[in-house]
Design a protein around this ligand. Sequence first.
Ligand code: FMN
Length: 239
Amino acid sequence: MKIVIIHGQNHKGSTCMIAQELADKIKDKAQGQSEIKEFFLPKDFDEPCLGCYTCFNNDLTKCPHYPKLEPLATGLIEADLIILESPVYVYHATGQMMSFLDHFGTWWIVHRPKAEMCSKQAVAISTAAGGGMKSTVKDMADSLEMWGVGKVYKYGVGVQAVNPKEIPKRILKKIHKKTDRLSDTVCRNAGKQKMNRRGKKWFHLMRFAHKHFPPMEPDYTYWENKGWHKKARPWKSER
Ligand SMILES: Cc1cc2nc3c(=O)[nH]c(=O)nc-3n(C[C@H](O)[C@H](O)[C@H](O)COP(=O)(O)O)c2cc1C
């Protein structure tokens, strides 16, 4: 299984620890060869979206930041499992994680989704000292679901700590149990995914809009060329 982890921070704290623990367990349990690729933000990508609309009006590959973004974008496309992780910073994902995700607006179902996303699984992980895990996990899961990823798992945990060494033993035990169970689920469901329910709902809404309202380009032609205005569906295409 090909696994890519996007870390929402440069340091190896509690959130990074959980993401790596999960990936290692999946690597051990998965059938066939596995590979883990990791990117740290902002070390590996540090640009905020410029709001130039080049991606929407033309293509993401024409984004002024694409030369820096390309290895991460390719990592996402090639992976069977995407792990996005971020500590809670003032109730949300880190600024650098949000800036990174801003660059993939055109991958949302409502624009020009990538059919490859449908067969993937993903996990959004966050830790907080006490609160804000849910909104932080949602910050990342919103993109994963709206990219059309087949199945998105969410895991937020209050660690009552500012680094892994401080995490109380009973919470650590809970974390290990969760990564055990989640790794089993991911391995069991490998290769069985289509598109998540939220993504499918938006696919059908957009298909209706394309047919009944003036065409928005280049999105309309992209869908037309894929056959999505007819019978073809992204979750039925080959990887
Ligand atoms: C700038 C900043 C903002 C934070 N905001 C919150 C918060 O809103 N709620 C919370 O419970 N903890 C908050 N924390 C604490 C961290 O989320 C928590 O310690 C987390 O487990 C750190 O993860 P890490 O070890 O992966 O960096 C914040 C920490 C920082 C540095």
